[in-house]
Structure formats: C-alpha cells, structure tokens
Design a protein around this ligand. Sequence first.
Ligand code: LHQ
Length: 262
Amino acid sequence: MAGTVLVELREGVLELTLNRPEKLNAFNEAMHAELRAALERAEREETVRAVLLTGAGRGFCAGQDLGERVMGEGDTSPDLGDALERLYNPLVRRIRALPKPVVCAVNGVAAGAGANVALACDIVLAARSATFVQAFTRIGLLPDSGGTWLLPRLVGDARARALVLLAEKVDAETAAAWGLIWKAVDDGRLLEEARALAAGLARGPTRAYAAAKRALQAAWHNGFDAQLDLERDLQRELGRSEDYREGVRAFAEKRAPVFRGR
Ligand code: LHQ
C-alpha cells in the first residue's frame, strides 16, 4: 500500500509529498506519523540538507480529516486539544526548529491546519491556481497549528483578522502580494521551481541556514540587545565552520564556493 507521505531523497533534498489526494491530503493519524518520521530523518541524516513539502493531486492539504473521529464517540465531546498537543503542535514546532531549510510547494488548496503547516515552512511557493483558506471558523474553531501567531506577523493584524474571521479563500498572487508567502509561480512550473530552489539550498551553507533560522525565530520575542547578543554568539560559531572558510576562500579566488554543510 502506498504511504500517506511519499518520501524521496534527491540532490540532498528530502522531498515529502502528502499523499491522500482523494481527501485533498487531509491529515489523519497515519499521515501525521509518517510525516513525523520523515522530518526526524531529515533532522538526523547529514545527507539531507533541505526539505521540500508538497501535495499529490489537486490539493495541498485540507487540514484535519473531518471524517476521522473528530466529533467524539456518541454524545461525548472530542478533546481537540489532545490532537493539537500530540500531533499538530509537534509538527509545526519540528518544521520551525529543523536546522535545515524547509521549502513548501503549495500545489492547490491549503485549508485549515493545512494552510498553517505550509506557512510554518521557511520558503513557501504556490501555484498560481492554489488558494489559502483559514477554514477554521467555518466549522466553529479558531486557527491552530500556529496560525494565530504566524498570520499577524506575516500579513499584519488587519489582514490577519479578516483572514481568520471571514475564512475566505485567498489566491496565490494575493498571498504573495501580502507577504503571506514568498511567491506565486505558474502551475506547470511549480515543482520544477521548488525543486531547483530546494536543491540550491541543499548545496548551501547548512549551518549558516540553521543559525539564521534560529535567530529569525528568536527575533519574534527578543529585544534588540538580546538579538544582537544572539547574533554575536551564533556568528562566533559560524566563524569556526568549514563553510565559512570555504566561502571566504572562494570569494578571494573568484570562484563558486563548494559548501559541505559543516
Ligand atoms: C475532506 C476534507 C477534510 C475530510 C476535503 N476532511 N475530507 C486540528 C485538531 C483537531 C481537530 C480539528 O481540526 C484541527 C485543525 C483543522 O485543520 S480544522 C479545519 C479542517 N479543514 C477544513 O475545515 C476544510 C474542509 N474542506 C473544505 O472546506 C473544502 O474541501 C476545501 C476548501 C479545502 C476545498 O474545496 P473544494 O475544492 O470544493 O473540494 P471539496 O470540498 O469537493 O473536497 C474534495 C473531497 O475532499 C471531498 O470528498 P468527496 O468524497 O465528496 O469527493 C471532501 O469531502 C474531501 N475533503 N477536505 N478536511
């Protein structure tokens, strides 16, 4: 049986394809487990130097599979907090904390937690026909998987509030114009562009990317002085890396650097 997440290592990029196309790649427990295992592998294996996340079929991800025991048994209310604690929160934490770049290629609709998992990635490309929808309030919920934290930071409070309260679809061009994502690309070129971008990152200075991700994440809660201190500490470490030495040497020799991620 094909997995709910297809995993392929190519050119240093661990390509993860959400694979429940008949459900627009909605999350069930199996998909969470397979995605977790793949991200753990990405973190562990030195040959993996970037991750590319995309979806099979016409959708990227429709969020939680609403058919999967999310109403509770019989008359009992479900504990949605438990699903977040066990599945969604660890997933978005893992993506944000992964010490390697995570590129997301949003190939179609990204709804609910599916949208917020995409937005948690480092660089988000979307097919021009793709849409983003904070579908939560349509079913009486609030955005989760980090949505209420990320949205105002990405697009500002006014747009975040409208996205959340109106739960309307936003097309990829608008998402890019608002700064919700990096860019919209022609449908037929999405995977090609995302692969080229991720492969380029996989050839890059992996430790510098990890440090940059860490500093950018910390910047949301640090004051200016604490952030300067953090930059100092991280730069000190990078100054001892092989990639820094190679970068400076290549610059002096007027050639392209060959980074090994060390
Ligand atoms: C689906 C789904 C889906 C199952 C489409 N489940 N089948 C966390 C913690 C615990 C619990 C609660 O939630 C969360 C976080 C969340 O993610 S809550 C938000 C959950 N997601 C949604 O509310 C989105 C529901 N889906 C939609 O609104 C639409 O399907 C979108 C806007 C994504 C796409 O619309 P269309 O392009 O018109 O496609 P469609 O609605 O016809 O869907 C195609 C098929 O996929 C259809 O099945 P069928 O057998 O009729 O062809 C849908 O039932 C199925 N599907 N989303 N989340």
